[in-house]
Design a protein around this ligand. Sequence first.
Ligand SMILES: Nc1ncnc2c1ncn2[C@@H]1O[C@H](COP(=O)(O)OP(=O)(O)O)[C@@H](O)[C@H]1O
Ligand SMILES: [Mg+2]
Length: 208
Amino acid sequence: MQLRAQNINFKYRSDRYILKDIDFSIESGEIVGLVAPSGFGKTTLAKILAGYEKPESGSVEIEGLTKSKNRYSPIQLIFQHPEKSVNPKWKMSKILNEAFEPSKELLDDMGIKDEWLNRWPSELSGGELQRFCVLRALSSETKFLIADEMTTMLDAITQAQIWGVVLEHVKKHNIGLIVISHEKALVDRICHRIVDLSEFEELKQDIV
Ligand SMILES: Nc1ncnc2c1ncn2[C@@H]1O[C@H](COP(=O)(O)OP(=O)(O)O)[C@@H](O)[C@H]1O
Ligand SMILES: [Mg+2]
């Protein structure tokens, strides 16, 4: 299976393109780093791949996947700020089970305590909340996962635990993983290949 974006053009405002003629692809089981300085459109591209934003032109498709009517998207995006990606009026058990019912094993691996399930999002720390956001992206229907600065806000121990679970999960289920991170050491260590969005910019200038 391959997730493929071709000739992506995108702008928020009429006067400036954020993404111009961007091609990007990833195979099942591959781990690809997406890097570039801040403001180069990494998060925007992630949103386009996951279907949160529509490009002005260009296409995003998964080759080899039969479309299902299920609401759960096969491309899951995890953001940097978990508090912005959950409904503050829902308890954690509802937030989690809206997506799917994870196994006890996965809950344990992610370090989620039973007592947290009965709390509101505001009653959890950022690290505790992010464990939920990561876990709910790991349904059996997930084919591609995008981690956009997934652990940037977290302490080293929580970072290591979350990455441990995610890397084991994607390997076991042959999921394609896109890693957006400023941490070069992390990207170099876990990625099979790295795409630098700022190089598209240079390419453009070369052509001109
Ligand atoms: N909702 C938005 N409306 C207008 N401009 C935006 C919006 N989101 C991001 N931008 C702008 O688009 C550019 C790319 O942003 P982003 O995709 O978040 O980059 P990155 O993730 O690489 O830091 C930035 O200049 C940013 O200010
Ligand atoms: Mg970003």
